[in-house]
Design a protein around this ligand. Structure first.
Ligand code: SAH
Length: 233
């Protein structure tokens, strides 16, 4: 297993106990969750679907998809966040959810073409070889199924907003959460998707308004963005 940065996993493990505290470092994930959940549900209705969430962490998205009626498997390589996710499911009484510590590439080798929908949110920018994760997503999804990604663009504005603004000025995220060189341009992600045999279906920007302190979906992909794609049937 080489496609993992142990320092990245350590960062998330260290904060894991605060994952479900909506005022903690994970506040931005809690705030964007309803937006991305509705967006996924609009493209590929969740009820009754078999869904895989890659890099699920403490389970904010995975749990909410299960509550919409999906049968969810969440995977990650950080042990503590997975334990927090499991505990949360137990406490909240969320049915139809399971968590496993396994690499996306290993799961793809074990159970290809097994999921109606695969989600991989805010994770690619923490991985040494994101294109390998994109390929694994394509292998894991069934023909005709959907794959959803979100990540951060790489340009001067993204550096200013996602690192200087979010980590240093507004202190929404701990310093060092993101590394500029790991940010991904939408054109790069789209190319990896096409190389993996996925067809692009939708691209959306996600913007933070520091005055209202709210996030919204938009047409501006210059900082945070989401991509939806489909595996041809
Ligand atoms: N997807 C979740 C959590 C995002 S935080 C959400 O959006 O709510 C990023 C997550 O990616 C962390 O849980 C971290 O442990 C995980 N991660 C980092 N590198 C990984 C890898 N190589 N394989 C699987 N998960 C990884």
């Amino acid at each position: 297993m080489t496609n993992v940065d142990p320092q990245e996993l350590a960062k998330f493990s260290e904060l894991a106990h605060r994952w479900w505290d909506t005022e903690s470092e994970f506040r931005p994930l809690h705030q964007i969750n309803p937006l991305r959940l509705d967006w996924i549900d609009r493209h590929a209705p969740l009820k009754g679907r078999r869904v895989l969430d890659i890099g699920c962490g403490g389970g904010i998205l995975a749990d909410s998809m299960a509550r919409r009626g999906a049968n969810v498997l969440g995977i990650d390589l950080a042990t503590k966040p997975l334990k927090v996710a499991q505990l949360h499911a137990l406490e909240a009484g969320t049915d139809n959810i399971e968590y496993r510590e396994i690499a996306a590439e290993a799961l793809a080798a074990d159970v290809p073409a097994s999921f109606d929908t695969v989600t991989c949110m805010e994770m690619l920018e923490h991985v040494p070889d994101p294109s390998s994760i994109v390929q694994a997503c394509s292998t894991l999804v069934k023909p005709g199924g959907w794959v959803f990604f979100s990540t951060i663009n790489r340009n001067a504005k993204a550096f200013l907003f996602a690192i200087v603004g979010a980590e240093h000025v507004l202190q929404l995220l701990p310093k060092g959460t993101h590394e500029y060189a790991r940010f991904i341009r939408p054109s790069e992600l789209a190319q990896w998707c096409r190389n993996a045999g996925l067809e692009m279906a939708d691209t959306r920007g996600m913007e933070y308004n520091p005055l209202t302190k709210r996030y919204g979906l938009s047409g501006d992909t210059s900082v945070n963005y989401l991509i939806a794609c489909r595996k041809p049937a």
